[in-house]
Design a protein around this ligand. Structure first.
Ligand SMILES: CC(=O)SCCNC(=O)CCNC(=O)[C@H](O)C(C)(C)COP(=O)(O)OP(=O)(O)OC[C@H]1O[C@@H](n2cnc3c(N)ncnc32)[C@H](O)[C@@H]1OP(=O)(O)O
Ligand SMILES: CC(=O)C(=O)O
Ligand SMILES: [Mg+2]
Length: 363
């Protein structure tokens, strides 16, 4: 582990200085596309401004014989597209033990490093993986003459990665955030599921049995499906909060089940995640809706702030006690709402319509 004194020193002569704070640009939706799929890639320019992040995926879901085409496709798209102020460009490189990862990093940083905001690293096992990428990025940034550092995002998708989650989160000032990788994680843990994220009807608890009843009543005892991912997401959120980086849910593979997708996204939002992945255009609006505070929550948060005056003590509002701690939760909500509204005019209007100054307007 580096000494605190040199944690923020560049790791290569000529590399840009690391950032001391992770930029908090909106990243509610990280939209995946395969740059080697011509039909999909053709849609990317029109998606600029509609998603917070466009991510050129080079890893799983790209066929082995299309890896080089995907890398070249991403370079071409990055060079031809103006991503504007409200959409970032990220990539997911191949895993560090694959034959492609080194060329992915070398090509992308030297060719399009000035456009690339974040590199997502899959199957991270421990801080040593981040240290490797950190040094290599610094060397490549120096070679390419970049003036701002490229950030790193880890996917939490191995049992060892989960066990090391705090060390991974704090491994480098480049760490931007972390996503849950439920599919690979399930396989690595030898879970007995076959899905990409989401729940499972077999993972449940059942209502206690009533005494002295027949089998028919036993069969009707209520069951409650549990969240397979609660433990891992909660650990990831704590590790990220501790190190000042951002946690994300990951993929929801049942594209047709938009209702369960929204539920899974909302669980992650409520637990502290700032965004999620979209694998298909149908998931984009779900992610944006879920990861933006509702206008009603924003209005309530404003009322609490107003009622709390100097922020100390306790007050009653609608029959509920509010104090310093509920105020802080409301401030989290308002700070996020303000940040999102700054780049999303539709949200800005929805939040303004709920502001105290507009109350009673038109009545
Ligand atoms: C566990 C993990 O690692 S998850 C991360 C890796 N996986 C991915 O990145 C998957 C990305 N998504 C996809 O590959 C595709 O969306 C699939 C395979 C899930 C479904 O693809 P399709 O069967 O083509 O879906 P569908 O027919 O509904 O597509 C409708 C349109 O949306 C387009 N489309 C589909 N997915 C995307 C996307 N991610 N981005 C942009 N456009 C897309 C299709 O090209 C199609 O275009 P068209 O109307 O011009 O023909
Ligand atoms: C996200 C991912 O890569 C996984 O679930 O395996
Ligand atoms: Mg994976």
């Amino acid at each position: 582990m580096r000494s605190p004194k040199d944690f923020f020193a560049p790791l290569a002569v000529g590399a840009p200085a690391p950032l001391t704070q992770v930029p908090s640009r909106p990243s509610r939706v990280i939209h995946f596309f395969d740059p080697s799929n011509e039909k999909m890639a053709a849609k990317v320019p029109a998606m600029v401004g509609t998603v917070d992040v466009l991510l050129g995926n080079l890893e799983d879901a790209v066929k082995a014989d299309r890896k080089e085409a995907a890398r070249a496709g991403l370079v071409a798209i990055a060079k031809a597209t103006d991503f504007g102020e409200s959409t970032q460009l990220w990539t997911r490189i191949n895993s560090l033990d694959s034959p492609w990862a080194l060329d992915d990093l070398t090509t992308l940083v030297t060719e399009i490093g000035d456009t690339l905001d974040v590199v997502m690293v899959p199957k991270v096992q421990g801080p040593e993986d981040i240290h490797y990428v950190d040094r290599l990025l610094a060397q490549l940034e120096a070679k390419a003459g970049l003036t701002r550092p490229i950030l790193v995002h880890a996917i939490l998708e191995t049992a060892r990665g989960v066990a090391n989650v705090e060390e991974i989160a704090g491994a480098s000032p480049r760490m931007q955030g972390m996503s849950l990788g439920p599919a690979d994680l399930a396989a690595d843990r030898r879970m007995k599921t076959t899905r990409v994220g989401g729940g499972h009807p077999g993972y449940l608890v059942r209502q206690d049995p009533p005494t002295g009843v027949d089998d028919a009543v036993h069969a009707s005892r209520a069951t409650y499906q549990q969240d397979l991912w609660h433990y891992t997401i909660a650990r990831m959120v704590d590790a990220c909060a501790m190190h000042g980086i951002f946690p994300y849910y990951g993929p929801f593979g049942d594209i047709a089940d938009v209702v369960a997708c929204e539920d899974q996204f909302r669980n992650a939002f409520l637990l502290g995640c700032v965004g999620t992945w979209s694998l298909h255009p149908v998931q984009v609006e779900i992610a944006k809706r879920v990861f933006s505070p509702s206008p009603e929550d924003v209005a309530h948060a404003r009322r609490v702030v107003e009622a709390m005056g100097d922020g100390t003590g306790a007050v009653m509002l609608d029959g509920k006690m509010e104090d310093d701690a509920s105020l802080k939760q409301c401030q989290v909500m308002l700070e996020l709402a303000e940040r999102l509204a700054a780049t999303d005019p539709v949200l800005a209007q929805a939040y303004a319509a709920q502001s105290p100054s507009s109350e009673g307007e038109g009545s």
